[in-house]
Write a protein of this length. Structure first.
Length: 349
């Protein structure tokens, strides 16, 4: 027998908001889909070793997609800006990281985990700083003129993406550049019949750390509180003396920095970078953001993992269907939840 709890009435007849059980929350319901997808693929692959290898590869791919998409969905959720120029910072981040790693070639090639990590860290940080500063100019010159107009945002930021690609041709040339992993992350680790690629393990760890850091910043810090309050009631926050526009520009720069970090990681994952890297990935980034729910960090994380896992499972079981698997997932999710897996206004309620 189930017991129905009636909402408690506050003074004045206003109902007090109920705390929903965790299994009724959209983020909890969506999170179950990731292990469910993995378990569904286990009998289909027919081999535990192959399934585990595919699962790790899918999680690594999903974490990199999350890093790149988190900045895009963050900017939309807090600033209501559809920034398709986000792909420019993915490409630029990859090339800035490539340039730094080229200057640290001796650290990249030496058989030392700590020097390899330092080279990778410096490349990622340099790319994030450079793209963060460039995004300040991008927001000031282009995006600031089209706040509140989604169509113009798409058009003008796509134009910015094209200009960025041409600048890459000017400074780095139009050829494909090899971006090799540091020595410590080449090859794999063997455990019985299982072989795990070292770099994919690194991607999983970094993705989890970033997700935890983003959630902590926006839920438990003063900065996160001010940004969320600015979204809900900008005038009230400004009346306390805070500059909401400056906070939002900071968010825009942070989103572009995350794109740069994702570009570095994806470049090392593919071990080759091109000027149109960001443009080719932006389609997947946009799909992940829609599946997760535009503006939702939790939804973005879950959607990225699902896209990564599904792409690897389908690529193994039916290679010809791999190209349309992500679109199929998008259609299924939107038929179930038109606002995405975790709508931004409901995540964590």
């Amino acid at each position: 027998m189930t017991t129905r709890v009636e909402p408690i009435q506050a003074t004045g007849g206003e109902p007090v908001k109920q705390h929903r059980a965790w299994w009724h929350r959209p983020d909890a319901q969506a999170a179950v889909l990731v292990p469910a997808l993995a378990l569904l693929a286990l009998p289909l692959t027919g081999d535990f070793s192959a399934w585990l290898t595919l699962t790790l590869a899918g999680l690594a791919m999903g974490m990199m997609l999350f890093i790149m998409t988190s900045g895009f969905t963050l900017v939309f959720g807090l600033m209501d800006v559809l920034n398709f120029g986000h792909g420019a910072f993915i490409s630029l981040g990859a090339f800035f990281g490539f340039t730094v790693l080229a200057g640290l070639e001796s650290w990249r090639l030496v058989d030392s985990l700590w020097l390899n990590l330092l080279a990778f860290g410096l490349a990622a940080v340099a790319a994030m700083i450079a793209c963060g500063l460039l995004s300040w100019a991008f927001e000031r010159v282009l995006v600031r003129r089209v706040y509140g107009n989604h169509l113009m945002q798409i058009l003008i930021t796509m134009g910015g993406l094209i200009v960025a690609e041409q600048l890459i041709y000017v400074f780095w040339g139009g050829e494909d550049w090899p971006m090799l992993k540091p020595a410590a992350f080449q090859g794999g680790l063997q455990w019985g019949d299982l072989v795990f690629e070292k770099y994919r393990l690194l991607a999983v760890v970094l993705g989890l750390v970033l997700f935890a850091a983003l959630m902590a910043v926006f839920k438990w810090t003063r900065l996160g509180l001010l940004i969320r309050a600015g979204v809900e009631n900008r005038e009230m926050v400004e009346s306390f003396g805070y500059n909401v526009r400056r906070l939002f520009v900071l968010v825009f720069m942070a989103g572009s920095a995350l794109a740069a970090m994702g570009g570095v990681m994806w470049g090392l994952y593919d071990e080759v970078i091109t000027a149109h890297l960001g443009q080719s990935i932006m389609i997947t980034v946009f799909i992940v953001a829609i599946i997760g729910g535009l503006g939702s960090i939790e939804g973005c994380f879950i959607a990225a993992l699902m896209v990564g896992l599904l792409s690897n499972y389908v690529g193994f079981l039916a290679p010809k269907l791999a190209l349309v698997s992500t679109i199929g997932l998008l259609v299924v999710v939107l038929m179930w939840r038109p606002q995405g897996l975790v709508p931004a206004t409901q995540g964590g309620q």
